[in-house]
Design a protein around this ligand. Structure first.
Ligand SMILES: C[S@@+](CC[C@H](N)C(=O)[O-])C[C@H]1O[C@@H](n2cnc3c(N)ncnc32)[C@H](O)[C@@H]1O
Length: 341
């Protein structure tokens, strides 16, 4: 079956929100979930390049990965791994194949395949090598994708720029760094590793809601001095760290008393979005023009787009909101990148 479909991925929790975000820009599109975190998008005349460009230009928050479909192979044809390799290559060859591709294999939801993901990857890589295509895992200009869903395996082929992310399904996999203090670290690490924003490497940072100290650890390692504010304790591995000032109190009273200036304010506090934005605006009084902010916006159940819109409007009194994005490592939250105006 030849396809002119595009597939978009978002987190499981916000797949329908990603469709809600796309809808106003593509009112005639047909969108339907195919797996837990992947949905099909069909709109006559809309190419993957147009879709990717719209997501980038309009700064959509939830769609994180795109794939242009070449075939959907039902599971009765995917059971034999050897044969499936031949079928996949035949499908991919319908479109011109460059000499080098990144091959991305992933599953959406609980799919029972008679082989493991890595076995599928190696079989597909071998079949591509047989036709003299060089296969890598990432960093090529062209991506071939194979995403297993409950109905079958979706095969895709597109340029990496149009994929939005060079990770299978946009799932940014980061190895746990030595000395990691908290899983929250992955969020800041993802911003850095995917070049979503360029965090400073010198000056003084304010970490609001710092405990147990994961973000503080990353910022200290980047070369910043860090004021870590949280009534909760910091991990003992941070004891006596050069450049660290620990302030064991709530953010509100700290900001009222504080006279220090900061080049960067990060805020990962578990707090309602409106209260957290108020704290960020209070913190802005201690940040010179051009200083940066990074804030996790924790989303309560219901109306995520409206809540984000209201929070952005509130933050805009003091900050330019450069970007709001749901990172792969965000759970019930999104991340805002701010610049002091
Ligand atoms: C998700 S944790 C932060 C994790 C941290 N980013 C890390 O990487 O280790 C949220 C923190 O916000 C703190 N918090 C919540 N309300 C606060 C407030 N009003 N002032 C300061 N800290 C607050 C909590 O004590 C908690 O330690």
């Amino acid at each position: 079956m030849t396809l002119s479909r595009i597939y978009f991925s978002a987190s499981e929790e916000f797949l329908s929100t990603a469709a809600d975000e796309l809808r106003p820009h593509f009112p005639d599109a047909w969108m339907e979930p195919l797996g837990s975190d992947i949905a099909v998008f069909e709109d006559e005349g809309v190419s993957i390049a147009t879709l990717a460009e719209t997501i980038r230009e309009k700064q959509l928050i939830f769609p994180r990965h795109l794939m242009r479909g070449v075939a959907e192979i039902p599971h009765d044809e995917t059971a034999d791994l050897g044969e499936f390799g031949e079928i996949a290559v035949e499908a991919w060859q319908q479109l011109p194949l460059p000499p080098k591709v990144a091959l991305q294999v992933w599953q959406s939801g609980d799919v029972q395949l008679p082989y493991r993901n890595d076995q599928l990857w190696h079989r597909l890589a071998a079949a591509l090598s047989d036709i003299d295509v060089q296969v890598v895992r990432g960093g090529a200009n062209h991506v071939l994708g194979a995403c297993a869903v409950s109905e079958g395996i979706i095969l895709g082929s597109n340029g990496v720029a149009n994929a939005l992310s060079d990770w299978p399904g946009g799932r940014v996999q980061l190895a746990k760094p030595k000395g990691q203090i908290s899983r929250s670290e992955f969020k800041l690490e993802e911003i850095i590793r995917t070049n979503l924003a360029e965090l400073p490497t010198e000056g003084t940072a304010l970490d609001l809601g710092a405990s147990p100290g994961g973000w503080t650890r990353i910022l200290l390692n980047r070369g910043l001095d860090v004021w870590a504010v949280d009534p909760g304790k910091l991990d003992s591995r941070l004891d006596g760290k050069y450049g660290l000032t620990y302030v064991p109190m709530l953010a509100g009273p700290f900001l009222t008393q504080n006279v220090q200036q900061f080049d960067l304010v990060v805020n990962d506090m578990r707090m309602t979005p409106s209260l957290s934005a108020k704290v960020m605006n209070d913190a802005a009084q201690h940040v010179p023009t051009g200083g940066m902010g990074v804030m996790s916006i924790k989303l309560p159940p219901g109306h995520p787009l409206r809540i984000i819109e209201d929070t952005v409007a509130q933050l805009s009194r003091e900050w330019d909101v450069e970007m709001v994005k749901q990172l792969f490592h965000n759970r019930h939250e999104v991340t805002a990148i701010l610049r002091r105006r």
